[in-house]
Design a protein around this ligand. Structure first.
Ligand code: PEP
Ligand code: MG
Length: 887
């Protein structure tokens, strides 16, 4: 049987940082810190393997594992000089979860384990502090009662509040030893009343139950939701860490806190964190008390009056600073460190790579490279491409009028506006209705995770920068403000007040997570500026990636944004999208509704100059870079008028009788438009449409070459092709137009290629590649037709597949490698067999999804094309994909 318990502490450890899969992140790093001689309270880690065995063993710890734990406790006794369960010199323990990937606040922790009616007296005597001993005991009863016995946390809080109220105690500081003693008695009664059995006095029984509860928390609803949102497999399991207690609640020389080695919002290189004097870890993490600043500089910058740790505990602070620097260099990354100071001595309880905003991640990666701790490839791998979306989010327009009603801690950057909701369920409901919600809570708890994800922003009355809300929001890239002291929530009335402002559920509110400002109503936003470090990192990415990155864009604005964000061309201009504006849609409707060639030609003649203008814009903006223009591919239902009013308006503007328009709309309506008269089928039936578009493209190219002196690189793309002959039919129309133009002396360089977006096109890729000059995978349609799922209708039932785990990710968001991916590989193989130089790209939504981009690198695509705001994400993901492939 493999070893299931690993010990650590006091300069030695069975494990190390590389053993994260087995020991979990916390356990592996506790071992590593012990190895490098840092002050870690000794303890043991039960491996993640045991998590599955625990479930297989009817949710009980297997006996051999218990034996290993007991022998590890004997080693602990030798090291600490204290014995677990001993009557005269008891060792107290903490029991914490620790999965492979960090899941902040999602699983359970129990502190002060081992306390009972007699050991609390011993603790009081040994520490000389009865108040501390009974405070610790009541905390233990509370945590054990909640985590192991599943008594609602609020029941304990209510009892505590009632006592405080009756005795006129405003805060914990007013509570004396006798008060805590009474609370302990109340809690013991509460537990017995709720469970029907007395609280277990036997420390070993407490321990086995606590370990079981921590393993069970792996399958709690909030943990399951967090895993689903973060793609963490259930099979990983959690480890359990059992560690000798150190006490941050032993009076004024004691404290507990969390420190980041660099600022997790901005990336600035300075200690950033919070601490609470005379407190235990859960007080900081839960965000129940508002903590103080670690460093004086950050206290002053925030204008806070309460003294910093640097001012009140200079020695412990200096030691913390030293250790923080050491850990950062050792792990070559920004660290998030949990610590406790027990009567002046610093202890480290955890270190992990700190969660950070995208802005901070970039600055930290670039600076770590400059400090020589990592190389450029390492720096590129440090930034999550998806997180760049945060930077690309709009910020508040500084010039826009705003009604600031309050201020809190700027916990996660970015601006968000939406309707006020007070529950996670309401946030989820609004999102399902396509509405924006700002989730307003007293403090968030891990149960709120689904609602936080659904909300556009999060606002809490309590908690600090390291509270649950702040950490989770930063991870999600959601704007968040915490600790708005003036915020009062009346859940019964469904209102909130900040100072004199009173808002109710459904009212709009705007938050700026970068400044902490809370505003009533909606405030205008603007596009963000890129930091110098962002540009540096993007340059490094461009130097590394093999694939090109283009954008899907058809309007001036989108094309300009795409170019400014680094697009190397346009990979897809959907010409039908150029007709969405109200004035233009009439022209295209006239063309679609035409019943004979003459009226169609007339409608097309009106469209030609407009199209030419559109293409001139794109060619000018792209300055000689490739521009792929797709021939018209309108699923007809998107362009036909719906309802009698629209039909009447259209009839009026076309000068036709309503009845004849109605009849034509009727005759064009399709049962299944996605598989209907769209794509190149339109050009096959009405070559004049293709002819007009080809002419507009080629004339625009000639015009731009004449005016700018730079020849554009138009790539004409045929949609929804199913065979080589069909492709040739369309290509010939284009070539004939070009030949006509050449005859008049206008020579334009262009190429004609095709989308590959139907399984038949994949199978016939060799035949198509004989004449097609490029391929571009339209993975939206390819996914739709591979799965036989309608893109427009799949939402409601895909949801069930995702929830049941029948599919891992929405195949329209992230490429289905096993199915659609295999089709792509067949298409690439057959196409390149005929033409080894064939340029192949992707322009479905997947072209902007990092996981799909990794796959595109693997199968050798030439480029990816994505929506403009995703271009930087694609540039970075493509660089990471190249680095990973080569390493
Ligand atoms: C596709 O099908 O992937 C594609 C890019 O085309 P559209 O989304 O316009 O059908
Ligand atoms: Mg398509």
């Amino acid at each position: 049987m493999a070893k299931s318990v690993y010990i650590f502490g006091d300069g030695i450890a069975d494990g190390d940082a590389t053993m994260r899969n087995l020991l979990g992140g916390k356990g592996a790093n506790l071992a590593e810190m012990s190895r490098i001689g840092l002050p870690v309270p000794p303890g043991l880690t039960i491996t993640t393997d045991i998590c599955a065995r625990f479930y297989a063993n009817s949710e009980k710890l297997p006996e051999p594992v218990k034996d290993e734990v007991l022998s590890a406790l004997r080693v602990l006794a030798e090291r600490t000089g204290r014995i677990f369960g001993d009557g005269t010199n008891p060792l107290l323990l903490s029991v914490r979860s620790g999965a492979r990937a960090s899941m902040p606040g999602m699983m359970d922790t129990i502190l002060n384990l081992g306390l009972n009616q007699s050991s609390v007296e011993v603790l009081a005597r040994l520490s000389g502090d009865a108040r501390f001993a009974y405070d610790s005991y009541r905390r233990f009863l509370q945590m054990y009662g909640n985590v192991v016995l599943e008594i609602e946390h609020a029941r304990f809080e209510e009892a505590l509040d009632r006592y405080r109220h009756e005795h006129g105690h405003g805060s914990d500081a007013d509570m004396a030893a006798e008060d805590w003693k009474t609370i302990v008695a109340t809690f013991l009664e509460l537990i017995e009343r709720e469970t029907g059995t007395p609280f277990p006095q036997d420390p070993h029984e407490q321990l086995w139950n606590a370990i079981g509860a921590v393993f069970r928390s792996w399958m709690s609803e909030r943990a399951i939701t967090y895993r689903r949102l973060n793609g963490i497999p259930e099979s990983w399991g959690t480890a359990v860490n059992v560690q000798a207690m150190v006490f941050g609640n032993m009076g004024d020389g004691s404290a507990t806190g969390v420190v980041f080695t660099r600022n997790p919002s901005t990336g600035e290189k300075a200690l950033f964190g919070e601490y609470l004097e005379n407190a235990q870890g859960e007080d900081v993490v839960a965000g129940i008390r508002t903590p103080r600043h670690i460093s004086t500089a950050s206290r002053k910058a925030a204008g806070a009056a309460e003294l910093s740790m640097q001012e009140t505990m200079a020695d412990a602070f200096a030691e913390l600073e030293r250790v923080a620097g050491l850990l950062e260099r050792h792990f070559a990354d920004m660290q998030d460190i949990e610590f406790t100071v027990e009567r002046g001595k610093l202890w480290l309880l955890q270190t992990r790579a700190g969660k950070r905003s995208a802005r901070a991640a970039i600055r930290i990666a670039v600076e770590l490279e400059r400090e020589g701790l990592i190389d450029k490839a390492g720096a590129l791998m440090r930034v999550d491409p998806e997180s760049l979306a945060q930077l690309l989010h709009p910020m508040l327009d500084p010039a826009a009028p705003r009604n600031v009603i309050g201020r809190g801690l700027p916990a996660s950057p970015g601006a968000a506006a939406g309707e006020i909701v007070f529950t996670a369920a309401d946030a989820e409901r609004l999102r399902s209705e396509g509405r924006d919600a700002v989730l307003v809570r007293q403090e968030t708890s891990p149960e709120d995770i689904g609602g936080m994800n659904a909300a556009t922003g999060i606002l809490t009355a309590r908690g600090g920068m390291t509270s649950h809300a702040a950490v989770v929001a930063r991870g999600m890239g959601k704007p968040c403000i915490c600790g708005v002291d003036a915020l009062k929530i009346d859940l019964a009335a469904e209102t909130l007040s900040i100072g004199s402002a009173v808002l109710k559920r459904g009212d709009r509110i705007t938050i700026d997570g970068s400044t902490g400002d809370v505003m009533a109503g909606n405030v205008e936003t603007i596009d963000p500026e890129m930091s110098p470090e962002f540009r540096v990192l993007m340059e490094w990415a461009d130097g590394r990636r093999r694939m090109r990155v283009r954008a899907n864009a058809e309007t001036r604005r989108d094309a300009e944004i795409a170019r400014d964000l680094g697009a190397e061309g346009i990979g897809l201009a959907r010409t039908e999208h150029m007709f969405f504006e109200p004035e233009r849609i009439v022209a295209i409707r006239r063309m679609i509704l035409a019943t004979d060639e003459a009226s169609r030609e007339a409608a097309l003649a009106a469209l030609l100059p407009e199209q030419r203008r559109d293409f001139i814009d794109l060619f000018e903006i792209m300055r000689g870079r490739p521009v792929t223009i797709r021939l018209l591919d309108p699923p007809l239902h998107e362009f036909l008028p719906h309802g009698s009013r629209e039909i009447a308006e259209l009839a009026h503007s076309l000068g036709l009788p309503v009845a004849s328009v109605e009849a034509r709309v009727q005759s064009l309506s399709e049962v299944n438009p996605m598989l209907g008269f769209r794509g190149c089928r339109l050009g096959v039936a009405y070559p004049e449409i293709t002819r007009m578009q080809a002419r507009a493209i080629l004339e625009a190219a000639a015009e731009v070459e004449r005016t700018t002196g730079t020849a554009p690189a138009p790539e004409i793309m045929v949609p929804l092709v199913i065979s080589g002959d069909e492709f040739k039919d369309i290509k010939k129309i284009v070539d004939d137009v070009a030949a006509d133009m050449a005859a008049t002396g206008l020579n334009v360089t262009y190429s004609v290629g095709t989308m590959i977006e139907l399984p038949r096109a994949v199978l016939k890729a060799d035949e198509i590649a004989e004449t097609a000059e490029f391929f571009s995978f339209g993975t939206n349609d390819l996914t739709q037709t591979c799965f036989g799922l309608s893109r427009d209708d799949a939402g409601p039932f895909l949801e069930h597949y995702l929830r049941k785990g029948l599919i891992e990710r929405d195949p329209f968001a992230s490429l289905d490698v096993g199915g659609v991916g295999e089709l792509m590989e067949i298409g690439i193989g057959r196409g390149r067999k005929v033409n080894p130089e064939l340029k192949i790209g992707i322009c479905g939504e997947h072209g902007g999804d990092p996981a799909s981009i990794f796959y595109c690198e693997k199968v050798g695509l030439s480029y990816v094309s994505c929506s403009p705001y995703r271009v930087p994400i694609a540039r970075l993901a493509a660089a990471q994909a190249t680095i990973s492939r080569l390493s």
